[in-house]
Design a protein around this ligand. Structure first.
Ligand code: TEU
Length: 663
């Protein structure tokens, strides 16, 4: 193995949870590098293994961020007519569904995640008629539309909240979470009013907002204009279900349910344990997530909404939950809850104890272990999502690559190969298909529009100044700046560059600024250029999606078996994907049928990394053939002219090269 340039600090490896329902059955075990062993034999599969297959399992779902996709009217903000005009492009990628990020009428504090009317569309995007047209036009290309449904909270501008806050006796008072404050003597001896408990909002500050009119506080786990709904109130639940059915009746294929694991809070609203003794407010994740009645409410939603629309799909966003057992409770089909969930486990790898703008050094084995953990643990009797980017993340090429322009395309292709060879429903976030990178550091943080970025940044600044007894301009924020350049949500929200033409790269004809800064690199990364180039990231993604469709038995439904010798901090991550027992397998290069697949990925910028092809569990492989490579077939990987490579052979992978071998 060549000498490895490491940009990671070597840390204790994360352990993989091996409480796997699969019992090892054969003798060839593999080590995960942690002293624990998986077995790579064909696993004994229970009868639950083959539930009825659904369209959304083999589907690729494209998350579309309406503000930043295409602006049809030159106001600097994307809109639905803009999306409609680009449907041929969406279809050309090979996707099967669009998940449209929040687009209901909103007060615009959290980019649509503060809904003021569930039955209306925000006027900056268009009208309900435009939505109906979008559904119909996508349908002509066999693309389904999935909407974002934000029902943990509404906007404070929603009619429900306006009523609720009007008096303590209003019939909708109980639709939100209202409590009296606590009056105590402050350290200076004055009687002072304090919030009902010490919970911290996810968007910083106290999670409670005082409302003078009725002298009570309302709970808001996000911005102060996003009051939490009270799901313990049956009337409220029924009202939410009606809003959901409104859109299913219009033909949407399902919903991505925003922070759905937050809808039940413990009735007594107890204080959160103190995790930061310098702060008056404390993280309350363990109290507000996966609360006491969350499963009851989701099961009810299933019965009252999704079950009435056969073939509809439910995708839950589950935050702050890395425990497999907890996740399984949402997705085991017998529980009749959600079809699949989005988790953030992988994205915590580089976040420090005080949030996303603080650092946690991580190592490659953690990334590999994390992917492996979910692949193995949600394999039987469950279903999962595969994703590396969303409107809440930084761009994956920047976060998981080395940040250089030289390697950007290679990283984007390698990550495309990783995600498109994993088990589950594949999600792509707009711009990922062309390898968009994070905003250039020359764009100042003050121009980032996201409320989370601004609140988090300002709170860090304030508390650092306070604890050091200096003024805010004197505070050293260089560490936080580095993290914001990696993880701020604004990176994913930059408008899509359709061309390289100034001023707005074909996204908008606005004479002024776009709503969020355009990146400065559209001359090297734009859709028009990538359409022309057969070797572009865009065309690589198209090919990847075709290959995934061609080999669903291995790539979508098949088992996942990591190659033990790669479960460490070395550059290569290798794993098998194998059709389940009972699926007839093809052999040989000419036949296009189902087969075992071996994926080799070089996760680093190191060139010429050698890897000895493994002998499979079933005995010695004679030869593999190359199904796909991120680099040219003969570059890096020593492949015979026929495209064949012998087992036990040492192959060499270039920086960030990925190869899929078939057997
Ligand atoms: O996100 C949930 C959430 O908590 C995110 O804020 C995420 O954990 C965080 O951004 C990571 O830094 C959902 C939506 O996707 C997000 O856009 C909304 O702001 C949020 O809920 C509130 O509705």
């Amino acid at each position: 193995m060549c000498h490895i340039k490491r940009s990671f600090s070597f840390q204790k490896l994360l352990s993989i949870n091996v409480s796997n329902p699969f019992r090892p059955t054969a003798n060839h075990s593999i080590s995960n590098g942690l002293g624990r062993h998986y077995n790579c034999s064909s696993r004994s599969l229970s009868s639950k293994m083959a539930p009825t297959r659904k369209w959304w399992q083999t589907a690729t779902i494209y998350e579309l961020y309406p503000s930043s996709f295409a602006d049809s009217n030159g106001d600097g903000v994307g809109d639905i007519p803009g999306i409609i005009s680009r449907i041929p492009y969406l279809a050309s990628i090979g996707i099967n569904a669009v998940w449209l990020a929040a687009c209901n009428k909103s007060s615009g504090v959290d980019m649509g995640y503060d809904v003021s009317d569930y039955r209306d569309i925000d006027s900056q995007y268009g009208t309900v008629n435009d939505m109906e047209k979008l559904i119909a036009e996508l349908g002509k290309h066999h693309i389904s539309l999935i909407m974002d449904m934000v029902v943990n909270h509404t906007s404070s501008e929603h009619a429900w909240f306006k009523e609720s806050r009007s008096s303590t006796t209003n019939p909708k008072r109980n639709w939100y979470i209202w409590r009296k404050g606590i009056t105590m003597r402050s350290p200076d001896g004055q009687l002072k009013r304090y919030p009902p408990n010490n919970w911290e909002s996810i968007f910083k500050g106290s999670a409670w907002e005082y409302d003078e009119r009725t002298d009570e506080y309302y709970l808001r786990m996000f911005a102060k204009q996003q009051p939490d709904l009270n799901w313990d109130c049956e009337e409220l639940r029924e009202a939410v279900f009606r809003e959901m059915r409104f859109w299913l009746d219009k033909g949407v294929a399902g919903f991505r349910m925003d922070v759905i694991n937050m809808i039940s809070k413990p009735e007594s609203l107890p204080d959160a344990p103190v995790s930061n003794d310098k702060s008056a407010v404390q993280k309350a994740d363990d109290l507000v997530c996966n609360g006491p009645r969350v499963h009851e409410y989701i099961q009810k939603m299933r019965r009252e909404v999704f079950d009435r629309y056969p073939d509809s799909v439910s995708i839950g966003e589950v935050i702050c939950t890395g425990q497999v057992d907890r996740i399984r409770q949402y997705v085991e089909p017998d529980r009749r809850e959600l079809d699949m969930v989005y988790t953030y486990d992988l994205f915590g790898l580089d976040c420090g104890p005080h949030g996303k703008f603080t650092r946690r050094p991580w190592v490659l084995s953690e990334l590999k272990s994390n992917v492996t953990k979910w692949q193995l643990e949600l394999f039987e009797n469950a279903w999962q999502t595969i994703w590396l980017e969303s409107h809440d993340s930084g761009r994956s090429v920047t976060r998981f690559g080395d940040g250089t322009q030289e390697n950007r395309e290679k990283v984007a292709k390698m990550l495309a190969m990783l995600t498109s060879t994993l088990q589950g429903t594949l999600f792509i976030y707009q711009g990922q298909e062309i390898g968009m990178a994070n905003l250039s550091p020359e764009i100042p943080i003050s121009e980032y529009p996201d409320v989370e970025t601004q609140n988090t940044w300002n709170e860090m600044l304030r508390s650092r100044a306070e604890s050091a007894g200096i003024s805010e301009p004197e505070v050293d924020m260089s560490d936080a700046l580095k993290e914001a350049h990696l993880k701020a949500r604004d990176h994913a929200r930059a408008p899509l560059p359709w061309t390289s033409e100034p001023p707005h790269s074909g996204f908008s004809t606005a004479t002024g600024k776009t709503w969020s800064p355009m990146n400065t690199d559209s001359h090297v990364c734009n859709i028009a250029a990538q359409q022309q180039d057969p070797n572009s990231v865009l065309n690589f993604w198209r090919k990847r999606l075709q290959i995934r469709k061609k080999y669903p038995e291995a790539l979508v439904y098949g088992s996942f078996e990591p190659v033990s010798s790669t479960m460490n901090d070395e550059p290569i991550f290798a794993y098998w994907r194998k059709p389940l027992p009972g699926v007839e397998k093809a052999r040989g290069q000419e036949n296009d049928g189902n087969r075992d697949v071996l994926v080799l990925l070089n996760l680093t910028a190191n060139d010429g990394v050698e890897f000895e092809l493994p002998i499979s569990c079933e005995g010695k492989r004679e030869r593999y053939f190359v199904l796909d490579s991120t680099a040219g077939m003969t570059e890096g990987l020593k492949v015979r002219e026929s495209g064949l490579v012998s087992s036990m052979e040492k192959v060499k992978l270039e920086a960030y090269q990925g190869v899929v071998l078939g057997f």
